[in-house]
Design a protein around this ligand. Structure first.
Ligand code: HEC
Ligand code: HEC
Length: 368
């Protein structure tokens, strides 16, 4: 008599669990669908950019950028309302990955925080101006890591992985290593929306599929572009303190105020990983290129190539999270270093602060 009842209870429990899971999936699916249909609350940067590019739903699309820069007026097929919302969400994600400017936080960014261990990382820190950097006259800038120019190189050889990668998989690399996070699924709305946004940029800028434009990727600085004094830690640390520390902090841990990242971390727990394309140790020409073209913010282009290489070398020696190619031992070591080094460095530097006016680094930096 007893046995069938136990069996029945067991089966009922399993069925109840499955029904529960199913209902959870339905609820989550409904949530995502509601987000897809909801009006998008744009970040200030995205509002300006997309307004300047006349993004709206309609039968025809006409790019004001093209008229302004070339005098040509080209009409293309327009966008549906769903398209427009995807493009808007994509811009928001690039501009504010952490959801710090969103009313309901990262939820509005498809819970993007799931894919980023860093609480600082946002795509536009390195793909500036929401992935579409221009000068005042609207010229796109060489090596500014533009997302439109990247999208038209849909399947591109990627020297970091040694593979021919589509746009989505190149985005993934930045979630894994530049945000020190995890790999989103290729079909995730997070990637789809950034792709929709990048594709819209190519229409607004009239870029052609398969062409390689100068703003694609980084404008790199190899050793051959310097006087070949060799990259120097001491010089780098000195110039960093002079030109960068006021924003990025004395140990490059960044500056956060009222829950918003003002200046991102360049080292430490909140920074990009050892395997990020931005990390000097991975490809030693990329970070110096970024620094020389884009930093110090407001005084871009004021540094010598050698300065940028020295600073990048210095930054690469500071502890940061392990990347996706390192094993658990390296990861553990990096964790230990990230915990132990900052207080030790602070302690060591507290001696230097009381030294005489002229810092030792100055003469070293001035040496020919
Ligand atoms: C810490 C800096 C940093 C952050 C943050 C970052 N990226 Fe990148 N990204 C890079 C660098 C550096 C490259 C390589 C540029 C090169 O190859 O010259 C790159 C490359 C890419 C590429 C491929 C570009 C190409 O033309 O091959 C895509 C796509 C991309 N990033 C998307 C993103 C997205 C989306 C995010 C936000 C989730 C993001 N990145 C965040 C630094 C960053
Ligand atoms: C006036 C403040 C300021 C100064 C000075 C400054 N930065 Fe930045 N830096 C920023 C901001 C803000 C960003 C984020 C990108 C943006 O908003 O354009 C950034 C981004 C970066 C990034 C890429 C973002 C990331 O997540 O890693 C690097 C690398 C960087 N800075 C290096 C430097 C170096 C090296 C110097 C000194 C030569 C420097 N910065 C000086 C404000 C500054």
């Amino acid at each position: 008599m007893r046995l069938p009842r136990v069996k029945f209870l067991k089966t009922a429990l399993i069925v109840a669990a499955l029904v529960g899971l199913y209902q959870l999936a339905v609820a989550k699916h409904g949530e995502r669908d509601a987000l897809r249909r909801a009006a998008v609350d744009l970040t200030p940067n995205c509002r300006t950019k997309l307004h300047d590019y006349s993004l709206q739903s309609g039968v025809r699309y006409r790019s004001p950028y093209l008229e302004k820069t070339t005098g040509k007026a080209i009409e293309r097929r327009g966008y549906s309302e769903e398209d427009v919302r995807a493009i808007q969400r994509g811009c928001n994600i690039v501009d504010d990955l952490q959801g710090q400017q969103a009313k309901s936080g990262a939820q509005e960014r498809w819970n993007s925080k799931r894919f980023s261990r860093s609480t600082h990382a946002s795509c536009n820190h390195c793909h500036q101006n929401a992935g579409d950097k221009q000068d005042a006259a609207g010229n796109r800038l060489v090596g500014s890591n533009g997302l439109a120019a990247s999208w038209v190189m849909a399947d591109m050889y990627d020297r970091f992985t040694g593979l021919l990668l589509p746009y989505e998989l190149r985005q993934m690399q930045c979630y894994i290593n530049s945000s020190n996070g995890f790999k989103p699924n290729a079909a995730d709305d997070l990637l789809r929306d950034v792709t929709a946004y990048s594709r819209f940029l190519t229409a607004a800028l009239d870029l052609k599929m398969g062409n390689r434009y100068p703003e694609q990727g980084m404008d790199e600085i190899p050793v051959s572009a310097t006087p070949r004094r060799g990259d120097d830690y001491i010089r780098g640390a000195h110039v960093y303190r002079e030109k960068c520390a006021r924003c990025h902090g004395p140990q490059a841990h960044g500056t956060v105020a009222q829950g918003r990242v003002l200046y991102p971390a360049l080292a430490g727990k909140e920074s990009f990983s050892l395997d990020s394309r931005m990390n000097f140790a991975r490809v030693n020409t990329v970070m110096p290129g970024f620094i020389c073209r884009n930093m110090p913010l407001g005084e871009e282009g004021s540094l010598e190539n050698q300065d940028c290489r020295d600073i990048a070398y210095y930054l690469s020696t500071l502890p940061r999270p392990a990347g996706d190619r390192q094993g658990p031992l390296v990861a553990l070591w990096q964790q230990v270093m990230m915990t132990v080094m900052p207080p030790l460095t602070r302690y060591a530097e507290s001696f230097g602060a009381s030294e005489a006016a002229a810092p030792r680094g100055a003469e070293i930096a001035a040496r020919p």
